[in-house]
Design a binder for this molecule. Structure first.
Ligand code: FAD
Length: 479
C-alpha cells in the first residue's frame, strides 16, 4: 500500500501536547514532516504605524520556542524543517518536493493569517494537494457552543453564563511518542534556527527587573504551569493577587506561552481541575479559568466581527469621541515621559521587558485614549510590536474594550489614574522600580510629583522639569 506522506505546519501552536494538527497528521500519514516558517512579513515587516511587526522580545521568545520544538521532536526521532520566507511558498515547495498528500495546520482566524493559509491552499490545489485544518486555540470548540459563532453574545458575562456551566471542555489530546513517528526517507535541507540578528534586531541582555525571565518553548511553558499550580500553590490566591504589578508571583504569566501555543488552554484547564481535586478548590482556582474565558471570548469576537476589531470604530461600529493620530503624543507615551509616574513606569517596563501587568495595560490604554485623546489604534499597534504575549484577538479586543468601541457594557468607562496608582501601588514601590529618578520622593507625593513644594525640591535636590518631566495633563482632574 502506498504510504501517505504529510506535512504538519506549526504556526502559533508550538507544542507537542494537545496539538490537534499534529495529532491529525499522525493519524492520516505514515510519514510526517513537521515544518515551521518564519514569515518574513511578520518578522521583518512593519506595523500600520511603522513599528517592527515583531519586536525583539517576542522575536527572541519565538526563536526559543522553535528551538525547543525541534529538540522535542528530535527526542521522538523526528525533526523540524525550518524556513524563512513566505509560508505559502516555502511550504508549497516542500510539499511539491516531498510529494506529500496533505498539509495539516491549526486554522487561524485573523486577516493576515487567513490570507496566508488561503494562498497556500490555492497553491496546493494546483498540484493535487490540500490543506487540512484542525483547531487548537481555544478552551471551547465552536462546534460545542450553544450558539452559532455569529450569535456569540457581545457581553462577556452573557457569554460566560451561556458556556461555563453547560459546555464541556474536551480532553487534552495525548502527546505523541516515539512509536508515533516513522523515519522519513527524504533528502531535504533541515534549515537552521535563525537569530534575532536575521530579523534586524540587536541581541540584548534581559532586564533583571523583568517579572520573570521569560524563555520561549513548550518545555518552559509546562514548567511555569507546574510552578504556578503544584510547586508554589500560588493559584490558591490568584484572585487576591492578580492585580499586582511586581515580580513573578502575582499572576500566572502564562500569556506569552499561550500566545505562541507553547501551552494549550485545555491543558491549563485540565491541570486546574486536577489541582482542585487533589489539593484545593476555591474562588481563586475558578478565577484562573474565568480569565481564560476572556481569551476565548475575544477570539470569538474576532471570528464574529472579523476585521472590525482592527478598525477605529471597533466591533461596536461607532466612535463616541474624536481621537487623533498624533505621533508626538504617542512617542511621549511610549517613552514613559508623560510626567504621570504610574503611566511612565508601566510604559518603561513594557519597552524594557516586553511585558506589562493587566492592571498596567488597562491604565496606560485608558490614559492614551481618554486623557490624551490619541487614536487607540496607535496604542494597539505599538502593543502589537512590543508585547511578548501579543495575540491579535486579545490585544485588539482589549483595546476595543478600553476605547469604548468594543464589548464593554458600561458607557464611558474612565480610569482615574491617580486613584488606581494609589490603590495598586500605595507606597510607590513599583514606580520607583521603573523610575529610579523618583527614588527619593516621599510616598505621599510619589504619584503626584507636580505638587512637590519648592522646599522639598531643594531638600531632595530634585527639580521637576529637569529630573522628571512635568505632567502633560492637569492631575487635578483625578483629585
Ligand atoms: C490594552 C490591553 C491589551 C492586551 N493585549 C493582550 C495580548 O496581546 N495578549 C494577551 O494574551 N493578553 C492581552 N491582554 C490581556 C491581559 O492583560 C494579559 O493576558 C495578562 O496580563 C497576561 O498576564 P498573565 O498571563 O499573568 O495573566 P493571568 O491574570 O494569570 O490570566 C491567565 C490567562 O488568562 C488570559 N487573560 C487574562 N486576562 C485577559 C484579558 N483581559 N483578555 C484576554 N485574555 C486574558 C490570558 O491568556 C492569561 O495568560 C491585554 C489587556 C489589555 C488591557
Amino acid at each position: 500500500m502506498k504510504k501517505h506522506r504529510v506535512i504538519v505546519w506549526f504556526r502559533q501552536d508550538l507544542r507537542l501536547h494537545d496539538n490537534e494538527a499534529l495529532t491529525d497528521a499522525l493519524k492520516n500519514g505514515e510519514e510526517v514532516l513537521p515544518v515551521y516558517v518564519f514569515d518574513e512579513r511578520v518578522f521583518k515587516g512593519q506595523t500600520r504605524f511603522g513599528f517592527p511587526k515583531t519586536g525583539k522580545y517576542r522575536c527572541q521568545f519565538i526563536i526559543e520556542s522553535v528551538r525547543d520544538l525541534r529538540e522535542n521532536l528530535r527526542k521522538l526521532g523526528s525533526d523540524l524543517y525550518i524556513r524563512i520566507g513566505k509560508p505559502e511558498e516555502e511550504i508549497f515547495e516542500i510539499a511539491r518536493t516531498a510529494k506529500s498528500s496533505w498539509v495539516f495546520c491549526n486554522r487561524e482566524r485573523t486577516e493576515e493569517e487567513v490570507e496566508v493559509q488561503d494562498a497556500l491552499e490555492r497553491k496546493l490545489w494546483s498540484v493535487g494537494q490540500e490543506v487540512r485544518f484542525s483547531r487548537g486555540k481555544m478552551l471551547y470548540y465552536t462546534a460545542d457552543l450553544p450558539f452559532p459563532v455569529t450569535h456569540t453574545p457581545d457581553i462577556f458575562t452573557h457569554f460566560r453564563k451561556e458556556v461555563e456551566k453547560f459546555v464541556p471542555i474536551r480532553e487534552v489530546l495525548p502527546t505523541p511518542t516515539k512509536e508515533d513517528f516513522q523515519t522519513v526517507s527524504i533528502d531535504l535541507p533541515l534549515g537552521d534556527i535563525p537569530s534575532i540578528k536575521d530579523f534586524e534586531h540587536e541581541p540584548f541582555t534581559p532586564d533583571t527587573r523583568s517579572v520573570i525571565p521569560f524563555k520561549g518553548g513548550e518545555t518552559e511553558g509546562l514548567k511555569r504551569l507546574q510552578y504556578y499550580l503544584w510547586d508554589s500553590d500560588l493559584v490558591q490566591n490568584y484572585k487576591e493577587t492578580r492585580n499586582g504589578l511586581m515580580g513573578g508571583d502575582y499572576s500566572s504569566k502564562f500569556s506569552p506561552w499561550l500566545s505562541q501555543g507553547c501551552l494549550s488552554p485545555k491543558m491549563i484547564y485540565a491541570e486546574i481541575k486536577r489541582y482542585e481535586q487533589e489539593r484545593t478548590k476555591n474562588e481563586s482556582t475558578y478565577w484562573l479559568f474565568f480569565e481564560l474565558l476572556w481569551r476565548d471570548f475575544f477570539r470569538l469576537m474576532g471570528k464574529k466581527y472579523e476585521n472590525k476589531i482592527f478598525q477605529k470604530s471597533g466591533t461596536k461600529g461607532t466612535l463616541t469621541h474624536d481621537l487623533k493620530n498624533d505621533p508626538q503624543l504617542l512617542q511621549v507615551w511610549i517613552e514613559g515621559r508623560t510626567g504621570v509616574p504610574f503611566i511612565d513606569a508601566n510604559m518603561r517596563e513594557l519597552s524594557q521587558t516586553g511585558f506589562m501587568s493587566n492592571r498596567g495595560r488597562q491604565n496606560v490604554a485608558s490614559f492614551l485614549v481618554k486623557d490624551l485623546t490619541v487614536n487607540w489604534q496607535m496604542g494597539a499597534d505599538y502593543f502589537e510590536s512590543m508585547l511578548l504575549d501579543y495575540d491579535p484577538c486579545s490585544n485588539y479586543g482589549n483595546w476595543n474594550y478600553v476605547a469604548g468601541v468594543g464589548s464593554d457594557p458600561r458607557e464611558n468607562r474612565y480610569f482615574n489614574i491617580l486613584a488606581q496608582a494609589k490603590k495598586y501601588d500605595p507606597k510607590g514601590q513599583y514606580v520607583k522600580l521603573w523610575l529610579p529618578e523618583l527614588a527619593n520622593l516621599p510616598s505621599d507625593i510619589i504619584h503626584r510629583p507636580d505638587i512637590i513644594s519648592a522646599k522639598q525640591e531643594s531638600a531632595l535636590g530634585f527639580h521637576l522639569g529637569e529630573h522628571y518631566p512635568k505632567s502633560m495633563v492637569n492631575t487635578e482632574r483625578w483629585v
